[in-house]
Design a binder for this molecule. Structure first.
Ligand SMILES: [Fe+2]
Ligand SMILES: [Fe+2]
Length: 197
C-alpha cells in the first residue's frame, strides 16, 4: 500500500474511532478491512478513478458535509445533525462500491503502436442498487437512524435511476434536508475536490 493510501486509511479509521460509538461499528470495520474499500477507486471513468479513490472520496464528502452543515446551521450544527451521524453518512455512503471494481486490460494505440493498458471495470456481485445497497450492507452491522438511512439512500439525487423512474426528490429533500446536504457534499467532493486520471 503506498503512503497516500495508508495515510487516508489512517485518517478514515481515526474519524471512525473518535466520532462513532454505535454498537456494531467494530464488526463493520473488521468487515471493511477484508474488502478492497481502502484500495478501490471511486469510479471507473469519472471522479477519483485511481487506487485508494473510494476512501479519499469518502473523506472529501465528510469535509464537505461538515462545512455545509456549519454553513446551514452555524457553529451549533450538531443540534441538527450529530457528528456521529455526519461521520456515518459521509464515510459509508458509497460502501455499496466495495468489491465491485476489477482491473482489466484494453488495447490502446500509442505512437502508432498497439499496447495493452490496464483499466478499471465493474463486476457487481450484488446488484442491489446504489444508495439502497449501502443502506442494506450497513444494516447488517449497525442500526442506522431513519435520517441517516435517508441521507445514504438518496445521496445520488437526480443521478439516481429511481428518480428518473418517477420518485419525487422534492418529497424526500423537504422532509429530510440533511439528505439534500449529503447529496450536495457528494457532488462538491466529486466535481470540485477530485479529478479524473
Ligand atoms: Fe454514490
Ligand atoms: Fe459518493
Amino acid at each position: 500500500m503506498d503512503n497516500v493510501i495508508e495515510d487516508n486509511k489512517n485518517i478514515f479509521l481515526s474519524l471512525v474511532k473518535d466520532n462513532i460509538k454505535r454498537e456494531g461499528i467494530n464488526t463493520l470495520i473488521e468487515y471493511l478491512q477484508k474488502t478492497d474499500f481502502f484500495v478501490a477507486p471511486a469510479s471507473t471513468r469519472y471522479h477519483s478513478n485511481c487506487a485508494g479513490g473510494l476512501c479519499k472520496h469518502s473523506l472529501n464528502v465528510f469535509e464537505r458535509l461538515v462545512k455545509l452543515l456549519k454553513m446551514q446551521y452555524g457553529e451549533q450544527w450538531q443540534q441538527y445533525f450529530s457528528l456521529e451521524s455526519a461521520t456515518i453518512v459521509a464515510l459509508f455512503h458509497d460502501i455499496c462500491k466495495v468489491d465491485t471494481y476489477v482491473v482489466d486490460t484494453k488495447n490502446v494505440k500509442q505512437n502508432g503502436v498497439w499496447v495493452q493498458v490496464p483499466y478499471y471495470t465493474t463486476q457487481d456481485k450484488l446488484p442491489y442498487g446504489h444508495g439502497e445497497k449501502s443502506v442494506y450492507i450497513l444494516n447488517g452491522f449497525i442500526r442506522l437512524t431513519r435520517e441517516e438511512a435517508m441521507c445514504i439512500n438518496w445521496h445520488m439525487g437526480e443521478y439516481d435511476m429511481r428518480v428518473k423512474g418517477g420518485i419525487s426528490l422534492n418529497d424526500i429533500y423537504y422532509k429530510y434536508p440533511n439528505a439534500f446536504l449529503t447529496h450536495i457534499a457528494d457532488n462538491m467532493a466529486t466535481f470540485l475536490d477530485e479529478t479524473i486520471s
